[in-house]
Design a protein. Structure first.
Length: 501
């Protein structure tokens, strides 16, 4: 059925960002509800959707977004490891349920979590509770309960990948022997789209999973085989509590502790499909669902091609500053510290911009790599994102992208890149890089900005001030030098896109 209007919540997230273009291709008219619409500035489908700004806790915004909607996709859940996230999730679900009923919505589709019977972790309990609230809304609801999602950029896949690549020997918690039924991202998206057209009498939860039931250790070694690595010996150690395991994952992978905790909590149980009733209403595709190693192979191919649509990196980081940089006149009367560097370059503005937009990730930050690495490890030790989060695409950035410990807050392609720090510091920090044409060459301007919080923020700035002369000065010099050395080249055509991976 086409010509229907869908409201997608969580469109800036990993699943939602992939679902929207597929709904459009399937003939849906799409509205997205986003707390931070600026994160959607550079997505390729922006001009094809209606963007409603608002938070799920804002009843008026939710009610307005529900107007004339047939199907609501509820793809929002907290990945925080502390606080009252479960109460907040339940409150948001109740608002959505009540406003969907009031607006006469025909269907709610919620992506929940695969779980066993009995005692559950706090995160899994919250996912189950949200599903129940939506099922009790009076609006026909389908809750699709999925386990580990395998696809390029998914947090679960990245955790498997980095643990396998980094460690030749894996001391691991007991949960590496638990049974898991992973599912490929392409199959999750297929179920989500098909669920919109189920008959109104269907109001229930369905388990969904791929064809393979594996132990976590088998998943790691399955990845190793597809990546051309040796299989890793794995030792199950009873001393690894979920908290210790999250610290371990935080240190040896780019996954921050705030995200590792809920993932690891869900791995404490056997999470396999308990019933296959979904086959009666959404039959498997011809040839069957995607196997685990095929899903890994597709994800690795996407990564090699630099074609990762969405990534866990772009999920909101708990405790990170979220306010946009105030304009310079707004700084009057406030304490603010800046470090400004300017350089002229013989390279064209286009060549200089390519170097600026390619910064971070595997290329690094062009100065004092040991200092950047140490600062990243320090951030990791206190539960921050660290420097190894990397970037979604090796050459191109878009608004909202994660870039190591930074977030792309603004990009005016060819002219300005502004990054907001998501490291744990006593204040708020930004880094601006501007490129301007100057005669036959160009000019590079770099500005670090810090709004200190209390005495700790001021002491922090002055403690790191001696390093700025080395780090920021060297960074500006090297960016200009890289641009002068970079040969001109035309961009290669984009590779053909697979349905998902």
């Amino acid at each position: 059925m086409t010509g229907r209007r869908a409201l997608v919540t969580g469109a800036t997230g990993y699943i939602g960002g992939r679902l929207v273009p597929r709904l459009l291709a399937d003939g849906f008219t799409v509205r997205v509800l986003a707390r931070s619409p600026q994160k959607l500035t550079d997505v390729p489908w922006l001009q094809q959707v209606e963007v409603a700004e608002g938070d799920l806790h804002d009843r008026d915004a939710v009610a307005a977004a529900m107007k004339d909607v047939d199907v609501v996709y509820y793809l929002v859940h907290s990945m925080r490891a502390s606080g009252d996230f479960d109460e907040e999730e339940a409150d948001a679900a109740r608002i959505v349920a009540e406003e969907a009923a009031a607006a006469g919505v025909s269907r709610i589709v919620y992506l929940g979590a695969l779980h066993p019977e009995g005692e559950l972790s706090r995160h899994l309990r919250s996912r189950v509770a949200v599903g129940r609230i939506l099922l009790d809304s009076g609006v026909p609801t389908v809750v699709l309960q999925a386990g580990v999602v395998i696809g390029s950029g998914s947090a679960s896949f990245e955790m498997i990948r980095h643990l396998t690549e980094v460690l030749p020997y894996m001391p691991a918690p007991r949960w590496v022997r638990n049974r898991i039924q992973p599912i490929a991202i392409r199959d999750v998206l297929r179920y989500l789209i098909a669920a919109a057209d189920l008959p109104p009498e269907i109001n229930r939860a369905y388990d969904i999973g791929g064809p393979d039931i594996l132990r976590y250790g088998q998943m790691m070694n399955g990845f190793a085989l597809e990546a051309g690595l040796r299989q890793r010996p794995i030792a199950s150690l009873p001393v690894f509590t979920p908290w210790l395991a999250s610290q371990w994952v935080n240190l040896v992978t780019p996954i921050p502790r705030s995200l590792a905790v809920p993932i690891i909590e869900s791995l404490q149980y056997d999470c396999v499909v308990r019933e296959h009733d979904i086959d009666e209403v959404i039959p498997p595709p011809e040839g069957g669902l995607t196997g685990y190693r095929t899903a890994v192979r597709l994800a690795l191919a996407r990564m090699r091609d630099g074609d990762v649509e969405t990534s866990w990196r772009n999920s909101t980081v708990g405790n990170a500053p979220s306010d946009p940089l105030p304009s310079d006149p707004d700084w009057a009367g406030h304490t603010v510290y800046t470090d400004v560097r300017e350089r002229s370059s013989s390279a064209s503005a286009d060549r200089l911009w390519r170097v600026v937009e390619g910064i971070g990730g595997e290329r690094g930050w062009y100065s004092f790599p040991l200092a950047w690495a140490l600062r990243g490890w320090m951030d990791k030790l206190v539960g921050g994102v660290g420097l190894r989060r990397g970037r979604r695409d090796a050459d191109r950035l878009q608004t909202g992208d994660a870039l190591d410990w930074w977030r792309v807050e603004r990009i005016d392609r060819g002219r300005e890149l502004r990054l907001r720090a998501e490291m744990l510091v006593p204040g708020k920090a930004w880094l601006e890089m501007l490129v301007e044409q100057e005669g036959e060459g160009s000019r590079y301007r770099q500005r670090a900005i810090f709004f200190p919080k209390g005495l700790a923020g001021r002491l922090y700035w002055f403690a790191i001030l001696p390093f700025h002369g080395v780090i920021f000065n060297g960074m500006a010099n090297r960016i200009v030098a890289e641009a002068a050395e970079e040969p001109s080249s035309e961009s290669a055509p984009a590779p053909a896109r697979e349905p998902a991976g």
